[in-house]
Design a protein around this ligand. Sequence first.
Ligand SMILES: Cc1cc2nc3c(=O)[nH]c(=O)nc-3n(C[C@H](O)[C@H](O)[C@H](O)COP(=O)(O)OP(=O)(O)OC[C@H]3O[C@@H](n4cnc5c(N)ncnc54)[C@H](O)[C@@H]3O)c2cc1C
Length: 303
Amino acid sequence: MIKKLLLLAAENKRLEDRVSRNPLTKGLVSRYVAGTTLNEAIAVARALNAKGIDVSLDLLGETVSELRESAAATNAYVDTIHAIAERAPGATVSVKLSQLGVGLDRSVCAGHLKQMLEVADQSGVTVEVDMEHSSVGPQTLETYRSFLPSFPNTRVAQQAALRRCQDDLNSFTDVKPRIRLVKGAYRESIDKAICDAGEVTAQFLHLTEWALRNLPDPAFGTHDDACIDHVKAVADRLGIDRRDFEFQMLYGVRRNLQEKLAAEGYRVRVYVPFGSQWYPYLMRRMAERPANLLLFLRSLIGG
Ligand SMILES: Cc1cc2nc3c(=O)[nH]c(=O)nc-3n(C[C@H](O)[C@H](O)[C@H](O)COP(=O)(O)OP(=O)(O)OC[C@H]3O[C@@H](n4cnc5c(N)ncnc54)[C@H](O)[C@@H]3O)c2cc1C
């Protein structure tokens, strides 16, 4: 119930305006967001690199209402890619296609993504495409698919909760995708997604083995011990080296575990969001851990 309310709140523009302007949320935001500027994000990236952890930089922002905003976001991503190439080698960028305008004009969005992919390719940087709500999910996947033959290193997130996930994965018969398997963070209807948490985890476990058997260099975006232990056990059983897949986690979540996995010799990449449009991102993080709601409310009333 609380989770549903928080996910509804994530979509509420009026609440976004109010909360975003409230200085008292600063402490909570800083737990999950690296800062408002690219320089702050690069500093966080370098600190994590020093601990043997890679990063993916996410310029916060989603669902633009005008195409000029998507062009501005693309330019900001191009700057981020150049900064990574110079100052944080090994980092990737993660992008939401709603931020590049997929909901407004698919061909314009594809043009923006192409621009990013070309610059990234020339700079030796990988692009990761986040997967959003199912209202833009199929368009996101088809746009990704259209670029995969030319940019096969590009990664795409896949949500285990979505009923179409396995069919989507099976549909790649030519070039196999590099995926980031996640449980799924959006409010979806029962016909589109599994809603029971235990069933979502079971599906994540099933897809983990499928991905390790069938896909190149899969990434597993999770903080769940049961999922992480399963990835380790299956990789071990299949004789897959610890460097041939990747654990991914969110900035600010289970930091000790991130360092422990890196010390054990696994590849770990932390998703580092930065920028000023943090509200929907933060609300999804609240929804994942309703205990966070208390922190959130306390920060709003200044406790
Ligand atoms: C790198 C990365 C990229 C992602 N990209 C996408 C994407 O493109 N599309 C998408 O739909 N979803 C994405 N997600 C979110 C994902 O779908 C889940 O909502 C999120 O990871 C929580 O699920 P979990 O597997 O960690 O398991 P859970 O069962 O939710 O969490 C396991 C444990 O992790 C800790 N934990 C989890 N979340 C939090 C939190 N917010 N704050 C504090 N502790 C927490 C708690 O201790 C919890 O008990 C991404 C997640 C990661 C890690």
